[in-house]
Design a binder for this molecule. Structure first.
Ligand SMILES: *Cc1c(COP(=O)(O)O)cnc(C)c1O
Length: 373
């Protein structure tokens, strides 16, 4: 049974946008000043505003999260092998290949779907220089254990924190952990600037190196200190970010309400498991569920059934990064090395979650999953 013919398709996410007329004054300022990019006034204001909001010391803005990941590795001069997760968006591992670094995949924890710290230690070799974990779906990694391992072996830690905007663990912002953390402000993320990203770091000297690297390596008009890239965020994006930041608390509240409604409604559905809600301050970025063998349909059949109702859930993260052709020949990509990640990739569906998803829409989605439609 289809939903009523006038019902709109429901996508896995829908970007939140402020009223257009509120953005016009920002545009007027840009037109008046004719400063379009290269660390203009909106860029500086957004860096400061994000430091204040997120509770971190230093932020360098980027044109997107992938350039920020690539530059983070350059910042710390990472080479050799980096231990990372196969259960993520491809950009995590791609940023390593762009730096000529070999990714070494380790398995994930079946409860959190984050990298399993036990496996990290076992994968360290003399070539290992760093660990690149992902706070998957915004759930914090075991940051304390990862820090201990990194300290013991003299490794750097760069977090792919693309999902973790605004997430706090017991001792403050999760972005404060590791040597660097990388954010994405892509249209599909909790906080968006259309495209965008950032590196969070702890000290002014590192921030300065990042700022050089994202501007071709320029220090001044005649001095270039590194083969930098063009990773700069433009003034339009930075201005938009300032406006978006005004609405972020309302966005997070609405996401929390959607998350709570799903959890309550899905609690009685046999074979559908939500990921455990942590005790941290979450951002409700995603709503992944695992379709277990005791659910009447396979994961792919449920995915298709939702599609037939014009509900477009996504199988994040499937396939595993380690299954793509540029990775699958690597020893660490062998299926026997990654059984938990493989099982998760075969069972997960991310259900639609965004601020304007109504309670009625959530109820319809759950009714389809529960077999009542
Ligand atoms: C979105 C995302 C990225 C890439 O960010 P972009 O801003 O799209 O370049 C990297 N890693 C993860 C885990 C992501 O979800």
């Amino acid at each position: 049974m289809k939903r009523s013919p006038d019902a709109q398709p429901i996508y896995v996410t829908q970007p939140s946008l402020p009223p257009l007329e509120e953005f016009i004054p920002y545009l007027q300022q840009i037109w008046d000043s004719k400063r379009l990019t290269n660390g203009g006034p909106f860029h500086q204001q957004l860096e400061q505003a994000l430091c204040d909001y997120l509770g971190v010391q230093h932020i360098a803005l980027f044109a997107n999260g992938t350039l920020a990941l690539v530059t983070a590795l350059q910042t710390l001069r990472i080479t050799g092998e980096v231990i990372t997760t196969p259960y993520s968006f491809v950009a995590t591992a791609h940023s390593l290949l762009w730096n000529g670094i070999r990714p070494v995949f380790v398995d994930i924890d079946p409860l959190t779907l984050n990298m399993d710290p036990e496996r990290i230690e076992a994968a360290i070799t003399p070539q290992t220089t760093a660990i690149m974990p992902v706070h998957c779906y915004g759930h914090p990694c075991d940051v304390e254990r990862i820090e201990k391992i990194a300290d013991n072996y003299g490794l750097k830690v760069i977090y792919d924190a693309a999902h973790a905007f605004g997430v706090h663990c017991r001792d403050g912002s999760v972005l404060d952990h590791g040597d660097l953390s990388v954010l994405s402000f892509h249209a599909t993320k909790v906080f968006n600037t259309f495209e965008g990203g950032a590196i969070v770091c702890h000290d002014a000297k590192t921030k300065q190196r990042i700022d050089h690297l994202k501007n071709f390596g320029f220090v001044d008009e005649v001095t270039v200190v590194a083969p930098g890239i063009n990773g700069k965020m433009s003034e339009i994006m930075a201005a938009f970010g300032l406006l978006q930041l005004k609405g972020i608390d309302a966005v997070l509240q609405k996401r929390q309400a959607v998350d709570a409604r799903y959890r309550e409604a899905l609690a009685g559905v046999v074979g559908i498991d939500c990921l455990p809600a942590g005790d941290e301050q979450s951002n409700y970025a995603y709503f992944p569920v695992l379709v277990r063998p005791d659910y009447p349909l396979s994961r792919d059949d449920l995915y298709q059934k939702l599609q037939d109702h014009d509900i477009h859930a996504r199988r994040y993260f499937y396939p595993l990064i380690s299954d793509f052709p540029m990775y699958r020949g690597m020893p660490s990509a062998a299926p026997a090395n990654l059984p938990v990640a493989r099982a998760a990739a075969e069972q997960v569906i991310c259900l639609p979650i965004y601020p304007d998803l109504s309670a009625d829409q959530v109820d319809v989605i759950v009714a389809v999953i529960a077999g009542q439609r």
